[in-house]
Design a protein around this ligand. Structure first.
Ligand code: UDP
Length: 313
């Protein structure tokens, strides 16, 4: 009998990582979830801990990674990912994007595993073209407060492709745009958890700046499907994954008030430094290469997310 395929997921107790752990278990993989729990939470994977095909290792992947036995895939998702978190942990963010990616690629090389990097739309910075295509080089302030995340991920992409070209590692790079849904931390500071938490308490919704900046929000189930398809594909270079339906933050706030039947008002707060003015993925490559596009509308996704926030508050 052939053995089950084994996957190492770094950052496996985080928002995206924990959904991926669950999906891969469902697909019949053995999952090793590695996380130092600085922004991830054990509660996200509590339901998987008793399963013999699941193993949790508490470890900081910026330090040497030791894994016994064969590994077929590495999904490198470890990193603080919300602007609040990566500004709280700037050095850890730079280390996990650089040293953590180096160590994870080292495991891929030693185990002859396929390697998927969780990259980000942040590598486009405050983009001067909209929507963003994979061949756009971006507009990043390397010394600004967001630079710690943007540059770490840009370095991680460069290192991943260097390992592909030099050591023939079979790589994937997912450029992940804003994603939301169940298991986001309520206090992670991102727009959707903040605004839903405020709406459910009938407190004012804090819209930063004039709220005309745009984002494109992808529901978690769609994102997990895209990442899984990318993992199984043969595309070595970056692919944008996100929902191309672009909204202003003001539109988002109004929608959340309506869907949560809240009595909240909207108040404005200063726009954070270097907050991108627009962001929207061009997903032609994902459509062509992976046959993937998001299926869940913002309204549907927000409804489920609001229900989850209600049930866990
Ligand atoms: N934002 C906001 N109010 C909040 C949190 C965020 O208006 O309470 C804005 C933020 O300035 C940005 C957008 O919402 O323009 C998305 O922010 P988020 O932190 O979710 O992630 P980003 O896309 O900036 O990485």
């Amino acid at each position: 009998m052939s053995r089950k395929k084994r996957v190492l997921i770094t950052g496996g107790a985080g928002f995206l990582g924990s959904h991926l752990c669950a999906r891969l278990m469902k697909e019949g993989y053995q999952v090793i979830c590695m996380d130092n729990l600085i922004t991830g939470e054990k509660a996200n994977i509590a339901h998987l801990l008793k399963n013999p095909n699941f193993q949790f290792i508490r470890h900081d992947v910026s330090k040497y990674i030791d894994v016994d036995g064969p590994v077929d895939y590495i999904l490198h998702f470890a990193s603080p990912a919300s602007p609040i978190d990566y500004q709280l942990y700037p050095i850890q963010t730079l280390k996990v994007g650089s040293l953590g990616t180096h160590n994870s690629l080292g495991v891929a090389r030693a185990k002859k595993a396929k390697f998927l990097l969780a990259s980000t739309s942040e590598i486009y910075g405050d983009p001067l073209v909209n929507p963003q295509k994979e061949d756009y080089w971006g507009n990043v302030n390397c010394i600004g407060p967001r630079g710690v995340y943007d540059e770490a991920k840009r370095f991680a992409e460069a290192l991943t492709l260097a390992y592909h070209r030099t050591h023939k590692i079979d790589t994937r790079i997912a450029r992940i745009f804003n994603t939301y849904g169940e298991k986001m931390r309520k206090d992670d500071g991102r727009a959707i958890p903040n605004l839903i938490t405020q709406a459910l308490k009938n407190k004012p919704l804090t819209v930063y700046g004039n709220g005309k900046q745009t984002r494109s929000f992808c529901y978690i189930d769609d994102m997990v499907e895209g990442i899984y398809r990318l993992m199984l594909s043969g595309v070595n270079e970056p692919v944008n994954l996100g929902n191309p339906s672009e909204k202003t933050i003001l539109q988002l706030a109004k929608k959340i008030i309506k869907l949560s039947k809240s009595r909240s008002k909207i108040i404005h707060r200063p726009l954070p430094v270097d907050d991108p003015k627009v962001r929207c993925p061009d997903i032609k490559k994902a459509k062509k290469e992976l046959g993937w596009s998001p299926k869940i509308s913002l309204e549907q996704g927000l409804k489920s997310t609001i229900e989850w926030f209600k049930s866990t508050s």
